[in-house]
Design a protein around this ligand. Structure first.
Ligand code: 5RP
Length: 222
């Protein structure tokens, strides 16, 4: 319960950066959830924005809460995206994709003028990689793609849900990879160069601001 409060704290702070007329990217997960709730609250109080969602889950939530959504095809860029992360290091590198939405999240982040990451303090780490790196791969020839990933010194596991392979919003698989050593800059290139890999959860040099909610109820900004 305390941890959830830390997430909420960071999320609500981030929403202070949302202003009238903006196009806002909605993240995915239990931290982004609180940001979406807060945005809906501010819309009820008169805030005028439009949003794009990074997942079916966030799209459904936005619809339920009456947040106006625009299709990606109708916008050129996003003013601000607020999203969670699974790990963040001192260089603002992230691991994302714990919730399986990494591909759309990365597309949003890459099109955003401002990308704000909201986490509780447990996710701020010295070295990325304790959290297995989520990698989205196409189902076709997935065995071969996974063998190529193993050559990068990782232990891959195909993500499961309710006894079946987890399928992303884009119809792909997620492989969760534990690396012996995770060098974010090197792996960023190496993983992307494997045919069959659609995207991976390393977000390098994309983040503008990190807001950390702490269990004692305070905030830290990076
Ligand atoms: C989803 C993500 C999430 O941002 C990440 O998993 C953090 O989730 P939570 O806020 O629930 O801990 O990358 O793909």
């Amino acid at each position: 319960v305390i941890l959830l409060n830390a997430k909420k704290l960071a999320a609500e702070k981030a929403v202070e950066f949302v202003h009238n007329g903006m196009i806002v990217g909605l993240g995915t997960g239990s931290t982004a959830y609180y940001a979406i709730l807060k945005i809906a609250e501010r819309i009820k109080e008169g805030l005028n924005i439009q949003a794009v969602a990074s997942s079916k889950q966030s799209e459904d939530l936005a619809n339920q809460l009456g947040i106006p959504l625009v299709p990606f095809s109708e916008i050129d860029s996003i003013d601000i995206t607020i999203d969670g992360a699974d790990e963040v290091d001192h260089r603002f590198n992230l691991i994302k994709g714990g919730g399986g939405a990494l591909l759309r999240e990365k597309i949003l982040a890459a099109s955003s003028k401002k990308f704000i990451v909201i986490i509780d303090e447990s996710k701020f780490v010295n070295q990325l990689g304790k959290f297995p790196l989520p990698i989205e791969i196409v189902p076709f020839a997935s065995e071969l793609t996974i063998k190529k990933l193993e050559l990068l010194q990782c232990k891959p596991t195909i993500r499961q849900q309710s006894g079946k392979e987890y399928i992303t919003d884009n119809g792909n698989l997620i492989v969760d990879c534990v690396f012996e050593e995770l060098n974010p800059n090197v792996l960023n290139e190496q993983i992307k160069s494997i045919p069959g890999v659609v995207e991976h959860g390393l977000f390098i040099k994309m983040t503008d601001k990190v807001i950390i909610g702490k269990n004692d109820g305070t905030l830290r900004y990076l």
